[in-house]
Write a protein that binds this ligand. Structure first.
Ligand code: SF4
Ligand SMILES: [Zn+2]
Length: 361
């Protein structure tokens, strides 16, 4: 276990974690915790772990439980991360650990993200869980990315914020090895954490759950305001940004998504790529019986958003909605057939009318 970063003492052995806006107060374990062998696990209570289940307070010091504990490591096309305008056609090494600072019932990766909920009644099992995942070092991650000719490393699968210590160590090595760093995140991260990460961060896909505070508080157990603050800070620091949003009937559909579009146009730009993701009930954590959006509804929404003035809108439902069209003349400049891409653009300018397509190489 590594000592965590960005925490401070709150007196009486309590600590406050500053990694994300939740600022959990975490209670200490008893002093003799580390010496105990038998019965050690019975000492652990839920209050000794943060909300995300990745941090533990041992005698007033905060430690990460998921440092280097990998739940997924895979070489993938960068497009699979819903990053279409950054190094298109390249491979990325995707890695993830466990834990999350949200509780979205629609989560697809709940087996690794919701570990703290899974151990809710038996928090002591967090150690068994932790030890069940293989351990890897930042050097090994970078070596694997280079050996597999990846252009980048993607911090994904679970929320990268709650693995900030390991991710930061890996990002620093990756930068030295001329690899790009990409976060797939919910954006619920503290300003202090962002300040540490931004110097090594090249691109982000930020998932806006819904453009509604009510949705965030009741559905994800979070807040929208800090997420929008992260978005502005990333944009200000010129990190390449793409946005994803899940289309869910009654919860996040046309009304909320068109509000998001207006926000993006006003606060960022009309050329920030937006990815519409269709909700899938069977793979969700707790929404197996929720209605799914139809393909027709998504295509209608896709067209509406383009008419509303957002220039690059994507939906991963058929090849037509995955292409990059020139916002001026309408010609297809990047054709995506599943994860095969065909480039027709002229170094990020439209081959037909020379319009800028905002693609970073
Ligand atoms: S990172 Fe985890 S422990 Fe820290 S404030 Fe966020 S949810 Fe709480
Ligand atoms: Zn054109």
């Amino acid at each position: 276990m590594k000592e965590a970063i960005l925490y401070e003492s709150s007196g009486a052995g309590l600590v406050k974690c500053g990694v994300c806006p939740r600022e959990c107060i975490i209670f200490p374990l008893k002093k003799n915790f580390l010496q105990q062998k038998n019965g050690l696990e019975a000492e652990i209570k839920k209050d000794n772990l943060g909300f995300c289940g990745t941090r533990i307070n041992l005698n007033g010091k905060l430690f990460t439980l998921n440092y280097g504990r990998i739940t997924g490591l895979e070489v993938e096309p960068i497009e699979k991360k819903l990053i279409y305008h950054f190094l298109p056609g390249t491979m990325t090494l995707s890695l993830g650990s466990f834990g999350c600072n949200f509780r979205c019932p629609n989560c697809y990766n709940w087996e690794i993200s919701q570990t703290s909920s899974l151990v809710q009644n038996k928090p002591e099992t967090i150690f068994q869980l932790n030890n069940s995942f293989p351990e890897i070092s930042p050097t090994e991650i970078v070596t694997q990315a280079l050996e597999n000719r990846c252009a980048s490393i993607s911090y994904t699968y679970n929320e990268p914020t709650v693995s900030i210590e390991f991710n930061l160590a890996t990002m620093k090595l990756a930068r030295k090895a001329k690899l790009k760093n990409i976060w797939i995140t919910n954006g619920f991260i503290s300003t202090k954490s962002l300040d540490l990460v931004i110097p090594y961060l090249d691109a982000v896909n930020l998932d806006i759950k819904s453009f509604s505070e009510k949705f965030y508080s009741s559905h994800s157990k979070g807040n929208l305001t800090p997420v929008l603050k992260s978005l502005s800070k990333l944009a200000k620091n010129k990190v390449h940004l793409e946005i994803a949003t899940l289309v869910m009937p009654e919860l996040n559909e046309e009304k909320e998504i068109l509000c998001l579009v207006e926000f993006l146009k006003k606060e960022l730009s009309s050329h920030v790529p937006l990815h519409l993701v269709d909700f899938s009930a069977p793979i969700s954590w707790q929404m197996e019986n929720w209605k799914e959006p139809s393909k027709t509804e998504i295509i209608k929404l896709w067209k509406k958003i383009i008419s509303a003035g957002l220039e690059f809108v994507y939906a991963d439902i058929d090849n037509r909605t995955k292409n990059t069209y020139c916002p001026h003349c309408g010609e297809v400049n990047i054709e995506r057939l599943d994860y095969e891409i065909e480039r027709k653009d002229d170094e990020s300018f439209c081959f037909n009318c020379d319009r800028k397509l905002f693609i970073k190489e």
